[in-house]
Design a protein around this ligand. Sequence first.
Ligand code: NAP
Ligand code: G4F
Length: 344
Amino acid sequence: MKKKKVFVTGITGQDGSYLTPILLDAGYEVHALVRLRGGDRPVIIDDLAREKKVIFHTGSLTDLSSLSTILEGVRPDEVYNLAAQSHVVSSFKSPVETWDVNYYGLGRLVNEALRVNPDVRIYQASTSEMFGNSPAPQSENTPFDPQSPYAMSKAMAHTDFIMHKRASMGAFAVSGILFNHESPRRGRDFVTRKITFSLAKIAFGLQECLELGNLNAVRDWGHAEDYVRAMFMMLQQDTPEDYVIASGESHSVRDFVEIAAQYFGINIAWEGEGKAEIGRNKMTGKIVVKVNPEFYRPREVNFIQGDATKAHTKLGWKPRYSFSDIVTEMVKSDQELVRREYKL
Ligand code: NAP
Ligand code: G4F
């Protein structure tokens, strides 16, 4: 039987690296869009490239001609759009680039994918950031309240190219509205990975102190491996629908720091408030965490917690990792990484 073809964007990112093995195991012919000069690729993607398990196509969501030519050639049965300018802070600094990739990029991709195959199934990586400061718990019915150019670009992309194409053309286009999900493959600029990598360096005496922004921000953190499983399930359904994917449990950035630090035998005592807050190592008295207002955002999403009841009941999806599993896996992995990188 002919293999089904899937086209993945953002394969070099955290989620792409976890989704790709699922697609290969399910028997798909996997095609991927990669930029000529992208960031560092997770090792797993380099391995898949070397083993020729994935067919790479060079292009960008910002370039219609490359997308058009690639999609004409591939004619995919399914598309996962994971590519994005995904960093919220960067979106305040580069709003035009953010919109070009996240909004217009999805528009280009959806139009071209539907042109070459009107029956194509499309997954869009939407986000809890679209809910902004709408009251928690947030579900598929919660109104959007985007607080950043990133969140605005994602909310409009979802409305115009997923909901609208579904309603007006009957397209099989769905959004996974995913809450924060982490792993050892998370980019080092996101808060969880910044914390685990910095604490590992502090524990080895390679860094004095971890500087952070808003310690009071609360996020609903899950594991990327659990969340990409949900993406796959969404495209296997009979009807195209959007789903919230979340753990339903929330923690502050301060909690994450405390729990991760305990792994390294550091118990933190907090002093002061807001921009003057510091965290000392209870045993040595040394300052290990400092608030640096440079890392505050122009607008913040203060508290998020998802309600994934629909995914539980309709998809049968349940997360396998607990919050403490995630923190433990990340700290262990960064401890090893620091050992390797610094040849300790
Ligand atoms: P990530 O690690 O930042 O990966 C982003 C990917 O997008 C990278 O592969 C990057 O490629 C690619 N990319 C950026 N600009 C591109 C362009 N112009 N053309 C083609 N590819 C481009 O993100 P992630 O954490 O895996 O997240 C995957 C998706 O889910 C993103 O859309 C994100 O917005 C969304 N999301 C993430 C979370 C989360 O908590 N992780 C939650 C909700 C939604 P390079 O390697 O070339 O830079
Ligand atoms: O880890 P973050 O940068 O993730 P954020 O902004 O929630 O966005 C991530 O999750 C979204 C899903 O909700 C995705 F759509 C998006 O693509 C991305 O993957 O920041 C988390 C919280 C924020 O409230 C931030 O203010 O941590 C706070 N924070 C405190 N100090 C910090 C820092 N964030 C970063 N990145 N760096 C800090 O030093």
